[in-house]
Design a protein around this ligand. Structure first.
Ligand SMILES: C[S@@+](CC[C@H](N)C(=O)[O-])C[C@H]1O[C@@H](n2cnc3c(N)ncnc32)[C@H](O)[C@@H]1O
Length: 402
């Protein structure tokens, strides 16, 4: 079982067969716990070890294959308001504080560097392995473009859309070197750049797409600037398709596939798994890798240092995967699984010094409310909105350069 402290420290505990684990106080309320899905556990090799905390003694570690596990959980239900001493994590006592957001462009950039750019670079291989099926309405947009069109994919990730229509000349760009490397391995044209400053001449593209990127900018000014930069690339009459993650994960009485992924009953699982196309859609429309979530919705602080100024703390709530959003500005956990491959090293050690088997990274998102994407596009001036719609948890617009 993995225990995780709100400050990020993790400790693995081996529970022997027929054991009884009693959790009270800090272990029950301050730390979160869960059983990470995996085939093997790292355990102590020495014969005398029967259970407990797994230590960092590399010479005394081995792998143990998981078998069938039967466990029973008993909880004591509290019938009176909670007055525990863990106020920062207690659902009842925690005040609904509004997030403390970046106040300057520099602070915004620091937040994005730490919680967008750095994270995508670290998770690139795992992220890419979860992103292979393109979303149908984006494919429809690309397939409807005239043959020979020149198209830019801004924030192209692993290049999922770059090869959809062979009749187009497509070029991708992304802030993450590791994701651009993946595009190149797949023989796509791609380059590293920031969506706020794309190194192409104005008006040279027939179309642009930007899928799930604009929501990674942390101020309204930067989101509008990113949209402005995208439309700068379009020739008059050229079109852009933009997708951003929606605050509303339930629309017209229907839950998005992101929320539906949270169903845990047998019936619900059957319902999802029986439809392969839905399942593919699910995997792709979940910005998260879909792993069990140990993180709770505890606010997380990001230290921002400006030269000559006192360091300021940007405080953001950590979103619980597959649940509704309670704030528009959130940190969304990504549970890195498996071997990160060629990606650069990840932070590997927990409190007890054990390699963290599934480190968690947090990506910053600003989820858009109904009408907000259109309002940002209206601020651009030289575009008209041809279409706007909701597609499985995302707000989407098709723009045309006038
Ligand atoms: C959720 S992924 C979407 C990737 C791809 N568009 C797709 O649909 O699979 C967001 C992408 O935006 C990129 N990104 C984030 N901020 C960026 C920025 N300022 N400039 C360029 N790319 C950025 C990330 O590196 C990541 O590849």
């Amino acid at each position: 079982m993995d225990f995780k402290h709100p400050e990020g420290v993790t400790v693995q505990v081996m529970l022997p067969r027929r054991s009884l684990l009693v959790m009270t106080g800090e272990s029950r309320y301050l730390w979160t716990h869960g059983i990470t899905p995996r085939k093997f556990d790292t355990v102590q090799a020495s014969e005398q070890f029967k259970g407990g905390i797994i230590t960092s003694d590399i010479g005394d570690l081995t792998l143990s294959k998981r078998g069938i596990r039967t466990s029973f959980t008993f909880r004591k239900v509290r019938h009176v308001p909670c007055n525990c001493s863990y106020t920062s994590v207690c659902d009842r006592q925690r005040k609904a504080t509004s997030p403390c957001l970046p106040e300057s462009s520099k602070e915004a950039w620091q937040l994005e560097r730490e919680h967008v750019h750095r994270v995508y670079d670290l998770i690139a291989r795992h992220f890419s392995s979860t992103r292979h099926s393109p979303w149908p309405r984006i494919v429809e947009f690309l397939k409807a473009l005239p043959s020979g069109s020149i198209v830019a994919d801004i924030g192209c990730g692993n290049g999922k859309y770059l090869g959809i229509n062979k009749e187009l000349y497509m070029i991708g760009c992304d802030r993450s070197q590791n994701l651009v490397d993946i595009c190149r391995e797949r023989q796509f044209q791609a380059l590293v750049c920031d969506a706020l400053s794309v190194p192409f001449r104005s008006g040279c593209f027939d179309a642009c797409i930007s899928i799930a990127v604009i929501h990674h900018f942390s101020t309204v000014e930067r989101r509008v600037a990113a949209l402005q930069e995208l439309t700068r690339l379009l020739r008059p009459g050229g079109q852009a398709l933009i997708y951003v993650w929606a605050m509303e994960q339930e629309y017209k009485n229907q839950k998005s596939s992101y929320l539906r992924g949270s169903k845990t009953s047998h019936e619900d699982k059957k319902e999802i798994n029986s439809d392969t196309s839905t399942e593919e859609l699910l995997e792709n429309q979940m910005p998260d890798g879909g792993s069990e979530d140990l993180a709770s919705s505890v606010p997380s602080t990001v230290n921002i240092k400006e030269e000559g100024c006192k360091p300021r703390k940007v405080e953001l709530p950590v979103h619980t995967n597959r649940t509704c959003f309670h704030s528009q500005d959130v940190l969304v956990p990504w549970h890195l699984k498996g071997n990160p491959g060629k990606d650069k090293a990840v932070e590997p050690f927990g409190l007890a010094g054990c390699p963290d088997p599934s480190p968690v990274f947090h990506r910053y998102y600003h989820v858009f409310c109904d009408g907000e994407l259109e309002a940002s596009c209206q601020a651009l001036g030289d575009v008209s909105i041809l279409k706007s719609y909701y597609d499985q948890g995302n707000w989407c617009v098709v723009l045309q350069k006038v």
